[in-house]
Design a protein around this ligand. Structure first.
Ligand code: C5P
Length: 217
């Protein structure tokens, strides 16, 4: 059996998608496309410019004017590495707000498909297997309870020096779940044929063990 050319990982915030995507990239030599980072960078840039995030045209024009690049798991916004600025809970919510606009999504999807050309890629997001790469040979849907996802995010944010409470993080995760599942364009759902993995109580090694026979048969 051949190795999959494209691996998609979808699921709600904090399910472990980026940890798994980075691990797959490292172990099996895939290029990692962090689609959420692009929405985060757009939300962050629009906020800095004082743009009304509810206005699709304004957000689209702002997004179009930006030079966005994904490099080795880092996000470059007009040449500047903004990877740590966009990892805040606030940037997550800003991302959900700009991500509901179909024109913004089209822009990002084009960029991601272009980046993927001629490479073996692992991509994480909300619509990677349903919409961006429906032809992907391996589609994974990661999930975990909201409490577990909030605990992970909380630990990560604290270790990076952010002053947040667990309750705040849980509230933000639930709010984003609602926005991502209910939006009209490309809502979060399980792609057809996806391997569903509940990571509650599981570590990255447990998940990788399940995947090795599929990725490296
Ligand atoms: O994955 P991450 O938490 O970085 O994504 C931030 C937000 O960007 C998500 O909550 C979602 O609203 C949006 N997003 C999306 N489609 C993707 C990736 C992210 O709508 N493919």
């Amino acid at each position: 059996m051949e190795r999959p050319e494209i691996i998609t990982i979808d699921g709600p915030a904090g399910a472990g998608k980026s940890t798994l995507a980075k691990e797959i990239a490292k172990r099996f030599g895939y290029f990692y496309l962090d689609s959420g980072a692009l929405y985060r960078a757009i939300g962050y840039a629009c906020k800095l410019k004082g743009i009304n995030l509810e206005d699709q045209e304004e957000v689209f024009n702002c997004a179009k004017s930006l030079n966005l690049k994904l490099e080795n798991g880092q996000v470059l916004l007009n040449g500047k590495d903004v990877s740590s600025e966009i990892r805040t809970p606030e940037a997550g919510l800003l991302a959900s707000k700009v991500a509901k606009h179909p024109k913004v999504r089209e822009l990002i999807i084009k960029l991601l498909r272009k980046e993927a050309k001629g490479k073996r890629v692992v991509i994480d997001g909300r619509d990677a297997g349903t919409y961006i790469f429906p032809q992907a040979q391996l589609k994974i849907f990661l999930t975990a309870s909201p409490q577990e996802r909030a605990r992970r995010r909380y630990k990560e944010l604290i270790s990076r020096g952010f002053k947040v409470s667990y309750e705040e993080v849980l509230k933000e995760i639930k709010e984003r779940d609602k926005l991502d599942k209910k939006r009209k364009t490309a809502p979060l759902k399980i792609p057809k044929g996806a391997l569903v993995i509940d990571t509650t109580g599981k570590g990255i090694e447990d998940v990788i063990k399940t995947l090795i026979p599929i990725i490296d048969p």
